[in-house]
Design a protein around this ligand. Sequence first.
Ligand SMILES: [Zn+2]
Length: 311
Amino acid sequence: MRTFRNYTLPSHNLLSILFLLTFACFHGHDVQAWSKEGHVMTCQIAQKLLEPEAAHAVEMLLPDYVNGNLSALCVWPDQVRHWYKYRWTSPLHFIDTPDQACNFKYQRDCHDPNGVKDMCVAGAIQNFTTQLSHYKEGNSDRRHNMTEALLFLSHFMGDIHQPMHVGFTTDEGGNTINLRWFRHKSNLHHVWDREIIQTAAADYYGKDMDLLRQGIQSNFTDGVWSDDLASWQECDDLSTCVNKYAAESINLACKWGYKGVEAGETLSDDYFNSRMPIVMKRIAQGGVRLAMILNHIFGDPREEQGLLAAT
Ligand SMILES: [Zn+2]
């Protein structure tokens, strides 16, 4: 049986200190995140799909000041990633795949820029899921902060579904491909993180993000994706599922993200109209799958074992 790679906060703080000393000038992927809006919608969609046990556990884990609202803290991992204490989490937001390969291989690709294994978004999802799976055992392992694990898992389930978070190495997931989005300066990574969501909200929902999210939800409750919902949620083995989510993203990045795009050009209506449905679907899938994982972790113990046992 394979065991989980486990990195804990203390040991990686130590690692991050070493890296800080050794690679003090190494920055990369400074802008790597579904926008705040993307993460908020993913978490709102997920929280609405939680079964009672999971809903209760999530509520217990959240600090009082958010009043049980998971989405209020789903962007937290982006806010702390440059803090000294959390620098080690910075590579966990994305995966760099070989240029033009257009596939994802865990052993080849899941490492940080210094080659440390499992330090990528696919490894992070598995690790924080494992940490949370000890929640019901009480406080057996005090190294792991369960609240932080919940926030990291919720955030990274969003990131892994953003196609350009599983992008090419040289252009840092499109971050170095500068271009214009309609009239303003942007880059290809940012287009997928933020611009498409913002333009959709402005064009179709009067900038009301709640209405946009409701539009996404209605697509899978009784709309174009309702037949696909069951297959999105299918998962017998967490590591296989997470690898699939990453593979889907790099596929979409190649077919729709990078396709036909050149640095310096202006992207506008054609690009927006053809890519917007993909962005919306990935937000939906991220939310539906986050709920599936949380329901497994906090629900029936036999099911939870099923998800993790094979991993
Ligand atoms: Zn992120």
